[in-house]
Design a protein around this ligand. Structure first.
Ligand code: RP5
Length: 155
């Protein structure tokens, strides 16, 4: 993620990966404030053993696209919600990549962070049958948790 301030959003990706038993590393890598760290991370990500990159950033959110330009790994981008523009700035900064350098762009905020983790897990599950089973179980629990009718919220 681009900043400590992104962690409130990106921790939902981390929590989801934890729940699925997917190991990960969480790092602050700013495209603007720590560009050398970004280059080192992105260029070394595959050799370091990473399989998928989830990049969350807000505002002028260049992190996912720049990371994608320097690694052959799949990159999923999470637009972090911003005070100034509600995260539309983040979304537009991440989603409209030029043809040839893809970033799989998710929804703004928590939903995007959770779904980035689920997508990353789905990619990894293609070559990990045990993880595929855990993903199926996760989906089944989610389905079972949806009530057939609404109830009044507790006050
Ligand atoms: C981006 O700027 C970060 O991804 C963050 O969402 C945003 C604001 O960063 P802070 O000023 O809160 O560190 O680079």
């Amino acid at each position: 993620m681009g900043s400590q301030s992104d962690w409130a959003t990106m921790r939902h990706a981390a929590d989801t990966l934890d729940a699925l038993g997917v190991p990960f590393t969480a790092r602050i890598v700013s495209a603007h404030r720590t560009p050398d760290r970004l280059v080192a991370f992105a260029k070394g990500a595959k050799a370091a053993g990473h399989k998928v990159v989830i990049a969350g950033a807000g505002g002028a959110a260049h992190l996912p696209g720049m990371a994608a330009s320097m690694t052959p790994l799949p990159v999923f981008g999470v637009p972090v919600e911003t005070h100034a523009l509600g995260g539309r700035d983040s979304l537009y900064s991440i989603v409209q990549m030029p043809a040839g350098v893809p970033v799989g762009t998710l929804a703004i905020g928590r939903a995007g962070a959770v779904n980035a983790a689920l997508l990353a897990a789905a990619v990894l599950a293609l070559s990990d049958p045990a993880l595929a089973e855990r993903l199926d179980a996760h989906r089944a629990r989610q389905t079972a948790g949806v009530a057939e009718a609404p109830r009044d919220e507790a006050t």
